[in-house]
Design a protein around this ligand. Structure first.
Ligand code: PLP
Length: 369
């Protein structure tokens, strides 16, 4: 068994010596934040890499979500998924918006478009889906509903950095998409995030909102927040971007190895791969069903006891946390697919520096129970 614990993820770090020149430049220029040169360079570099038109960098993904809702002036009720990280729904509460939970699709674990319409009320103003595990939502079906009911669509794309469908970046869909560059994500700036939006006018409004609502020196047009990414984080992003393709290739190899080694293990099901033109292999979720000798929680504990630390993403469901569970849409009967998924899922370790020998060790352990 391993001596060093193996966690579900490990941040991908570029060589330290390559970061020193960036730091030197920050020290020389003494520009630390407020849309400095690295901030501007990273926005352009990400537009080029991701193939999107406008991007606004943020201090983290959660503030970006909160700001996206403000930029679109969303109020009332927003339809969202309970099967996500809690920041998705928290961004609604921070705007005084009521989350309305809709169940997920059993194949993709993304918001089920078939169930959205029944949850729309006169108060509904938007849909906030998540590209869970970086697997794209049914963007066309969601857009169709949004168009029919005049709703905005804000994608929580925190898992979906670099994912492309046949038409290009997955981030081009909806009115806005929000990325997270947190340490645990595929592309990281230690902490960080971004909003992708389709036009320059919206980008200007977002940039005002992330800078206290300031326009110029003496004018404040909105009760904005401080959501600016610092030069330090932007520089990290620029360097990280040089290594992202190589990191994604390693993730793909690990994903392939897991699928191969787990395919004959009874009671363990790998979630379908996203089937996209370019996937990012950000997570490796498996489902532990009744044919496996241990329960999901039993397997989780046994792995932990032997130094392997998977995570139950997403358990509990967001709708089960105290600030949400009183909502009518949070009831278990309303969310049978999400409830079942949440009781069976286990995300196995996946990150670029994970050795193939560790993948063998993990899969052998799971097969030997
Ligand atoms: C990580 C994450 C966030 C929050 O991003 P931060 O940058 O950590 O604030 C939001 N939604 C989802 C689905 C996430 O995984």
């Amino acid at each position: 068994m391993s001596i060093e614990p193996i966690y579900v993820t490990q941040p991908y770090l570029p060589p330290l010596e390559e970061f020193i020149p960036y730091l030197q430049q920050i020290w020389d220029k003494k520009i630390l934040t407020n849309g400095g040169p690295f901030h501007q360079q990273l926005e352009q570099a990400l537009c080029d890499y991701l193939g999107v038109k406008h991007i606004a960098l943020f201090t983290n993904g959660t503030i970006a979500l909160v700001t996206a809702l403000q930029a679109l002036r969303i109020t009332g009720e927003v339809i969202t998924t309970p099967y996500s990280f809690v920041a998705t729904s928290h961004s609604l509460l921070w705007n005084g918006i009521k989350p309305v939970f809709v169940d997920i699709d059993p194949n993709t674990f993304n918001l089920d478009p078939v169930k959205i319409e029944a949850a729309i009320t006169p108060q509904t103003t938007a849909i906030m889906p998540v590209h869970c595990y970086g697997h794209p939502c049914d963007v066309e079906a969601i857009q169709k509903i949004a168009d029919n009911y005049n709703l905005k669509v804000i994608y929580d794309a925190a898992h979906a950095f670099g994912v492309k469908d046949t038409g290009g970046s997955i981030l081009r869909h909806g009115d806005m998409s929000v990325l997270s560059f947190h340490a645990t994500k595929v592309f990281n700036t230690f902490e960080g995030g971004a909003i992708i939006c389709p036009d320059e006018k919206t980008k200007i409004r977002i940039d005002q909102l992330k800078n206290f609502g300031h326009v110029g020196e003496v004018t404040v047009v909105a009760p904005g927040i401080n959501g600016k990414m610092s030069e330090f984080n932007a520089a990290l992003g620029l360097l990280q971007l040089k290594y992202i393709d190589q990191a994604l290739l390693r993730r793909k190899a690990i994903d392939t190895a897991y699928r191969e080694r787990l395919k004959n293990v009874k009671g363990i099901h790998c979630l379908n791969d996203s089937g996209e033109k370019v996937a990012n292999y950000s997570y490796f979720p498996v489902l532990v069903d009744a044919n496996y000798p241990l329960s999901r929680d039993g397997l989780n504990q046994k792995l932990k006891d032997s130094g392997i630390h998977p995570r139950r993403y997403f358990y509990p469901l967001i709708s089960e946390f105290p600030m949400y569970r009183g909502l009518p849409s949070a009831r278990g009967e309303n969310l049978p697919v999400a409830t079942a998924a949440s009781s069976q899922v286990l995300c196995l370790p996946i990150y670029p520096d994970l050795a193939m020998s560790a993948v063998d060790e993990i899969t052998n352990f799971i097969a030997a129970q």
